[in-house]
Write a protein that binds this ligand. Sequence first.
Ligand SMILES: [Cu+2]
Length: 122
Amino acid sequence: MKPIGLVLILLIIGIFVLWIWATKRKRGVAPIKTNGVQIFNILVKGVYAPNVIRAKFGLPIQINFKREEDTDCSRYVNFPDWHIRKELPQGQTVTIKIPADRKGTFSFMCDMSMYQGKLIIE
Ligand SMILES: [Cu+2]
């Protein structure tokens, strides 16, 4: 093999490794974007799945919680930074709207903080 071929292969491997590193570095699930709204779907079953979500500043956020369990622990979800507390009736989808009006990492949790999630706005 000519040296130029080897260099090219190494370059391609290098770009691939960088690309993996860059994508892995970002924590959190990205939204589905529809009409300028950032939509997330979170399943409540033992945990919040996903429990880290990542949104962009400025675009309204809509989080659809679906609680598929009957434990009392997860019955309410709280977003203290927006003074939101909502009941999640079993088997129903409950939509929580959050204005992406500040940047940072914000926690959401059940009443007892046993279930924990993070909303990152950047
Ligand atoms: Cu709880």
